[in-house]
Design a protein around this ligand. Sequence first.
Ligand SMILES: Cc1cc2nc3c(=O)[nH]c(=O)nc-3n(C[C@H](O)[C@H](O)[C@H](O)COP(=O)(O)O)c2cc1C
Length: 136
Amino acid sequence: MTKNDVIDLIKDAGYCTLATIEGDQPKVRPMMPYLTEEGDLLVATFKGKRILEQVQANPKIEACYIDRKMNFCRVSGIAQISDDESKKEMIFNNAPMLRQYFSSPQDENLVLLVIETKTVEAMTPQDRNPTVLSLK
Ligand SMILES: Cc1cc2nc3c(=O)[nH]c(=O)nc-3n(C[C@H](O)[C@H](O)[C@H](O)COP(=O)(O)O)c2cc1C
């Protein structure tokens, strides 16, 4: 799979399972990150969510996306809580469903996670081994 195939996969899938680490225990949950032009993932979440404590203790994450054709990719990255107003605007404007949960990008309950992506491993059902690439 090429980088563009992976970008299409991420956009087509819409949501991923996002893994964090709590102590020595992986924790996964569905999340709907927004993929930026720079190849990073933005996640809007709520103040007080466990994911926030987990990434503060250990910022390593992995996101797994699967599309309807059973192509999948896993994206590793480093997550940081961010107050970047322009990135809050970016995710708010590109993910209309967030309006159900937050009144505006400045809503005090909205916490932004910026995930700097590292390595992507992508596979189609025909592949025996993953293609390794970067979204940067
Ligand atoms: C398809 C789907 C997408 C979701 N996307 C988000 C999201 O982008 N942000 C969020 O805070 N919660 C999202 N959720 C809800 C979280 O998965 C849920 O609140 C989960 O408990 C959070 O995990 P945590 O408690 O370990 O932080 C989504 C749920 C589903 C089913």
